[in-house]
Design a protein around this ligand. Structure first.
Ligand code: NUP
Length: 214
């Protein structure tokens, strides 16, 4: 893992062997590796422990439950050695606070807007409220769309110095440099890397483009 990198790899592969090899090959060029339900359901939760041996792991579980259930899930994620966890904020301050409390030194990122077109139906109209709920709950940072510059800039303006991690790069139309210019601290990239013929090369290129912005 690279402390200075602004790249987070989204490891949404369902071939577990290939996913692990790719995680190992790309970890020197990225800040963290994000695991989501597809790989967790294929590999089992121990994949979190396995990747945590050589990288920061962010568990993108998008928790959206009552406080007690959120707490039970986060306690397990913490036991497995994750560095960070992603939760929804629309469920309210108490549910999110349960995540923050159970997380201990794990970083909690709350979703305050999303990158897919349907996010404009409802969620993305409420990012200011979701930021306020998240701040009151004590989160470490936010997930905000890297392919929606207007929304990302508004979120950055309200988020102050809090960390923003942004998906939507590549396959969803966003560009890593534009996303960082609009306010992202880190970009989350999946298919653009793991579907490339040379994933390590693409990851290194993204990492280098972003490091030139510093
Ligand atoms: O708004 C969001 N958009 C999004 O794509 C919030 C997310 N957490 N993600 C996740 O980021 C998505 O589930 C996937 O794991 C990753 C983006 O992958 P890709 O579009 O770069 O392949």
């Amino acid at each position: 893992m690279s402390d200075g990198s602004r790249l987070i790899l989204a490891l949404d592969l369902v071939d577990v062997g290939r996913a692990l090899r790719m995680a190992q090959d790309i970890s020197p060029h990225c800040f963290a590796i994000k695991v989501n339900w597809p790989i967790i359901l294929h590999a089992g939760p121990q994949i979190i422990r396995e990747i945590s041996r050589f990288s920061r792991v962010i568990c993108d579980l998008k928790l959206a439950d009552i406080p007690n259930t959120n707490r039970l899930i986060v306690e397990r994620v913490r036991e497995l050695g994750a560095w960070g966890v992603i939760a929804h904020s629309f469920v309210g301050q108490d549910s999110l606070r349960a995540v923050v409390e159970a997380a201990g030194d794990m970083k909690v990122f709350s979703v305050v807007a999303m990158s897919h077109p349907g996010a404009s139906d409802l969620l993305n109209r409420f990012h200011d409220m979701l930021i306020d709920i998240s701040m009151k709950a004590g989160v470490y940072g936010f997930v905000a769309p890297g392919n929606n510059e207007a929304v990302l800039r508004q979120i950055r303006a309200r988020a102050g110095g809090m960390k923003i991690i942004s998906p939507g790069i590549g396959a969803q139309g966003g560009d890593e440099v534009s996303a960082v210019a609009a306010g992202a601290d880190y970009v989350i990239v999946g298919r653009k890397i793991y579907q490339a013929s040379d994933p390590v090369k693409v990851a290194m290129e993204i990492d280098q483009r972003l490091s030139m912005m510093l």
